[in-house]
Ligand binder design. Structure first.
Ligand SMILES: Cc1cc2nc3c(=O)[nH]c(=O)nc-3n(C[C@H](O)[C@H](O)[C@H](O)COP(=O)(O)OP(=O)(O)OC[C@H]3O[C@@H](n4cnc5c(N)ncnc54)[C@H](O)[C@@H]3O)c2cc1C
Length: 426
């Protein structure tokens, strides 16, 4: 009898794993609690447009997502975002971030883009970092302590913090360098200085944009992947939540939709807390943060000239939002599709579930974009809440007999990491 595989979770990771097992001859079923496929990579209908509800791009640091898109026939639709610096809006000033940097660390501290922000004196101090002995770098050294002591407070607060705190939702002084990439402390010791490390990492980055998207939205990737899984023979069952899982007599018995499914292999492709509630033997996961994404469709000729480039990072609590993406400035295909309207996405850290975050969206957009649009210019708006994993990869992706952890359940975050982990030889 062919092996029976049950995949719980129909996001990108679950769909990829399902297809892999089906292609090697297993009988595969995917259970998805939601109505549609793609999880955090899915579509949102707003004002007659199909928009990305969550993820909107993929990192190009590895070739795997692009290869997957090509394999799914989406190659011709891979598009680069508009090249424009990100802006920082703080309580006292607004400025575009330098284009020559890595994680906000300027590879050329004396460049005029950097001097304009931190001033001559701080730039000259930072430029001398290469010649200062590195000393001990502990494995748990924080980005804050390293950047402050070596490149100065201004580099830390004005250049690095805006880039990293938005991504990692932690102050620099609580963000270990190893949380960005576990090999970075070692790489820093080898490079001998932060500037040398930044330069090396930038040189290693592939030419072209750091992220790419798909014409029509990145959700098309998971839509095509669901079709491809179906073609490979996978049975996709939506609107059915797995409620519990037990390993009995060499088989997994999973309760869902009022019945019990039996499988030889169980693949968990759900966020780590959900995985642990199904299989309590799994190690405790760090709590996932709740994030919310507000999307506004605006009538705003004031924004035609993209006054803040493609996006803004909010600094010093200047708005309730952490960051804003001017999506129609970032993606030319979306600008064409939006027919003169503007689409703006604002991201929020959810503290109190009862807080009306959408009420902040227009005032925050006005502050971050430097305009003063009245409510009447909001043609449509919506707010979607997500769990956002703090990246903490699990040590063992096959922790029990017949159990496989993929994607979020394996502590992976982002398309590049998740698709990369499914690619043979990585
Ligand atoms: C707002 C936001 C923006 C992002 N932007 C980007 C980006 O631009 N680029 C990028 O690379 N990454 C981005 N990410 C990260 C990326 O989207 C995720 O890392 C990735 O999509 C996770 O895929 P997954 O399949 O592991 O999990 P998910 O996409 O979360 O899929 C898990 C699925 O499991 C289902 N599920 C949960 N519990 C059960 C259950 N008990 N039974 C059945 N089904 C269940 C859920 O409904 C969900 O569909 C973003 C994340 C967020 C939250």
């Amino acid at each position: 009898m062919a092996e029976r595989v049950l995949v719980v979770g129909g996001g990108v990771a679950g769909l990829l794993a399902a297809r892999r097992h089906a292609r090697r001859g297993a009988v595969v079923t995917v259970l998805e609690a939601g109505d549609g496929w793609g999880g955090r990579v899915s579509a949102l209908s707003l004002a007659g447009l199909q928009l990305d509800a969550g993820a909107e791009s993929f990192a190009t640091r590895t070739p795997h997502v692009e290869a997957l898109a090509r394999e799914l026939g989406l190659g011709p639709d891979i598009v680069a975002p508009t090249r424009a610096p990100a802006w920082v809006v703080g309580p006292d000033r607004s400025y575009p971030l330098p284009t020559t940097g890595w994680l906000g660390i300027p590879t050329r501290p004396l460049h005029h883009e950097v001097r304009r922000i931190i001033g001559w004196g701080a730039a000259a101090d930072a430029a001398l970092e290469r010649s200062r002995p590195l000393g001990e770098v502990a494995d748990d050294a924080t980005v804050g302590s390293l950047v402050r002591s070596r490149l100065g407070e201004r580099v830390a607060d004005m250049l690095v913090a805006p880039v990293l705190t938005g991504v990692y939702s932690r102050p620099l002084d609580e963000l270990p360098l190893a949380a960005i990439d576990p090999t970075l402390p070692r790489q820093l010791r080898e490079a001998g200085s932060l500037l040398a490390l930044a330069e090396r990492r930038r040189r290693l980055a592939p030419a072209g944009a750091a992220v790419m998207g798909l014409r029509g939205g990145i959700w098309r990737l998971t839509a095509a992947l669901a079709d491809s899984a179906r073609e490979a023979g996978v049975r996709l069952v939506a609107a059915t939540r797995a409620e519990s899982a037990e390993h009995v007599d060499g088989a997994w018995r999973v309760r869902a939709g009022g019945g019990t499914l039996v499988a030889d292999t169980l693949v968990l492709a759900v966020p780590r807390p959900a995985a642990r509630s199904l299989v309590p033997e799994l190690p405790e996961a760090p709590p996932e943060r709740r994030v919310a994404l507000a999307t506004l469709v605006l009538r705003a000729p004031e924004l035609d000239a993209s006054p803040r480039g493609t996006g803004v990072l909010a600094l010093g609590g200047v708005t309730r939002a952490k960051a804003l993406t001017h999506a129609t400035a970032k993606w030319p295909w979306l600008r064409d599709a939006a027919g003169g309207r503007h689409i703006v996405r604002l991201s929020y850290a959810v503290a109190d579930p009862a807080e009306d975050l959408l009420a902040h969206a227009l005032p925050d957009a006005n502050r971050l974009l430097g305009v003063d649009l009245p409510q009447s210019r909001v043609l449509a708006s919506t707010l979607v809440e997500w769990l956002d994993a703090s990246p903490a990869a699990v040590a063992d992706r096959r922790p029990l007999a017949g159990l496989e952890l993929v994607g979020s359940a394996a502590g992976l975050s982002g398309l590049a990491a998740i698709v990369g982990a499914e690619t043979p030889g990585t």
